[in-house]
Design a protein around this ligand. Structure first.
Ligand code: PGA
Length: 261
């Protein structure tokens, strides 16, 4: 299975103006024109998706794709503040990050809610990127595998009821909570142990051909100095937060991975 690496720029709640968003997007766009071996996905705040999509259309010849940072599970109706998967599809969004630890922490999302969102995304032809990972306390208590197992059990395992086919672009992101936005990235050898464990769990749930197609990404203080190490230990890409807001740094990460691939 020779899939492209997947690199997602998760802008989170940044930047604060449309002008800055367009500027950042155009810089990334220009810097990634020659990138052939990597799937690059930009996940801006919802409000910028439309104007950035328009920019992309005008610019033509680009390999960039769009992702959303979240998505509601219903298609439409009386759900104040909800953004539906149909709206995202209509804007040309292909991916959606689900279960990010910041959604779990600040928006009180549970595995149950995340499962609903994954099902809805799949039904509406969006590719979910499921985020899982342990907190610092859980790691210190030796519970990393237990946490990963529970998060996968409560979401992926339940996808078979009702049976929904997985798109080949489905991905799981290992994002240790303590490594996100802290500069304290997870040492690649340690991340590799989590990667192996996640792979083993996924194989238990899905048939081999499907399991092998699931890309496992790493996220948590990725930058141009540490990125390659994660690819070397077997990850299929990243979710990049802070570093994706600095175009030169984000482009450097992509270029390095483009060469190694
Ligand atoms: P970070 O964020 O790169 O700023 O640590 C990663 C993420 O939240 O996915």
């Amino acid at each position: 299975m020779n899939q492209k690496l997947l690199i997602i720029g998760n802008w989170k709640c940044n930047p604060t103006t449309k002008r800055e968003a367009e500027r950042l997007f155009l810089q990334i766009k220009r810097g990634t024109r020659e990138v052939k071996n990597i799937e690059v996905v930009i996940s801006p705040p919802f409000v910028y998706l439309s104007c950035l999509k328009e920019k992309l259309r005008k610019l033509k010849k680009s390999n960039l794709k769009f992702g959303a940072q979240d998505c509601f599970w219903e298609r439409k109706g009386a759900f104040t503040g909800g953004i539906s998967p149909l709206m995202l599809r209509d804007l040309g969004v292909e991916y959606v990050i689900l279960g990010h630890s910041e959604r779990r922490k600040y928006f009180k999302e549970t595995d149950e809610i995340i499962l609903k969102k994954i099902k809805s995304a799949l039904r509406n032809r969006l590719s979910p990127i499921l985020c899982i990972g342990e907190t610092e306390k859980e790691r210190k208590e030796g519970k990393t595998n237990e946490v990963l197992k529970t998060q996968l059990k409560n979401t992926l395992q339940k996808l078979f009821k009702p049976k929904i086919s997985l798109p080949s672009s489905f991905a799981v992101a290992y994002e240790p909570v303590w490594a996100i936005g802290t500069g304290n990235f997870c040492p690649p050898e340690l991340a590799m142990k989590a990667l192996m464990f996640i792979k083993k769990e996924i194989i238990k749930v899905f048939p081999r051909e499907i399991s092998q197609a699931v890309r496992i990404l790493y996220g948590g203080s990725v930058d141009s100095k540490n990125a390659i190490e994660y690819i070397k230990v077997g990850f299929s890409g990243f979710i990049v937060g802070g570093a994706s807001l600095k175009a030169p740094e984000f482009i450097k990460i992509i270029e390095l991975c483009n060469i190694i691939k």
